[in-house]
Unconditional design. Structure first.
Length: 349
């Protein structure tokens, strides 16, 4: 199994278990209200769902390069090493620069090159520059030796690290022996164990999120949408309605509705003189069966209030896919604005 395959598995697990569950199960209950209105085939656009799920951070195991060294390209490694030439000299008689001279590095003791002042972090890292330690260091120096003065960010591709280390191996009086098959097999076994541990860590990290989703889903399913506040009986709210804010909120609906006196129907019907008008009565518009079934009633303030709270609850089967306006003030402002769209605004009650 490659690191790429592991990444795909981890990504699929996180997306499937966390994101899709949240969106699929509790979309309506976590919906960001007042979403856009537009879109084909329906009466407005789909609601926008906001579900912030923290992705578990799991460190990916480092891909070993031991098996690659026998066939690694020294010339390609030399080209990669050009990224290091500003700080390091690779020649046998080379001098220390910003970084130490790197002739005869493979299997050399760390921090042992004469004349170079190493960081305390590197000097505290005991051991030699084995193939495995060079692989880890070159992948991400600051992770392998926290506090190192090495500012190079690292080589992400295992093939580049293998070529670079093959070049370092060649830069010696006597190149270090290539890894044995036993060492290669042990590295491969260690990688599989690390991948399995990473997968288990991902699953463990996902469990709390799954439990939270289940709890929110159960709570949301058990709790029906609260009824709309009776805005026409709330003199303070309706009296304080802001027509300009209502017009701005209504701008979300303009992709589907016209509001001018002689306006044509769009995806939704023209809304001139809608307050107290009979439902499903706009000439030339093909209403859904849900609205036609209400044709005997009018768009009173209360009915508009309930419809705008959550259209699909008020008129089950409506073509209107707009999620609704959860804020009482938003609905009051929009209805106050709709009231002005008439030759004679409907009387307040």
């Amino acid at each position: 199994m490659s690191s790429f395959e592991l990444n795909k598995i981890v990504g699929a697990l996180l997306v499937a278990v966390l994101t899709l569950v949240v969106i699929g199960k509790i979309g309506d209950n976590l919906v960001t209200t007042g979403g856009g209105h537009g879109g084909g085939g329906g009466h407005g656009g789909d609601a926008t769902v906001t579900a912030a799920v923290k992705k578990p951070k799991v460190k990916q195991p480092l891909e070993p390069i031991l098996a690659m060294l026998a066939s690694a390209n020294v010339e390609a490694g030399k080209k990669v090493a050009k990224k290091c030439a500003a700080c390091h000299d690779f020649a046998k008689d080379g001098k220390n620069k910003i970084g130490p001279m790197l002739w005869n590095t493979v299997n050399a003791k760390r921090g042992s090159h004469e004349g170079f002042k190493y960081s305390g972090a590197l000097l505290e890292k005991e051991g030699s520059w084995t193939y495995e330690s060079l692989n880890a260091f070159l992948a991400k120096p600051k992770d392998y030796i926290p506090g190192t003065k090495m500012s190079f960010v690292g080589l992400k591709k295992a093939s580049e690290r293998a070529n670079m280390i093959a070049y370092l191996r060649a830069a010696a009086d006597t190149p270090a022996p290539l890894p044995t098959q036993a060492a290669i097999d042990a590295a491969a076994k260690a990688l599989e164990a690390a991948k399995q541990a990473a997968m288990e860590a991902v699953k463990a990290a996902a469990e709390p999120a799954k439990a939270a989703v289940a709890e929110v889903t159960q709570t949301a399913s058990a709790a029906p949408t609260a009824p709309a506040a009776p805005i026409i009986n709330n003199a303070e709210m309706f009296g304080a309605a802001d027509l300009d804010k209502g017009k701005r909120v209504f701008n979300k609906c303009k992709s589907c509705h016209t509001v001018n006196k002689d306006g044509k129907n769009g995806i939704g019907p023209n809304l001139w003189n809608v307050v107290n008008a009979k439902k499903g009565a706009r000439d030339g518009f093909k209403y859904s069966k849900a609205i036609i079934a209400m044709a005997g009633t009018a768009w009173t303030y209360e009915n508009l209030n309930a419809f705008l709270l959550k259209p699909r609850d008020y008129a089950k089967g409506t073509k209107m896919t707009f999620a609704g306006l959860r804020k009482d003030s938003d609905r009051a402002n929009v209805i106050a604005y709709l009231r002005t769209l008439a030759d004679t605004p409907a009387p307040l009650k």
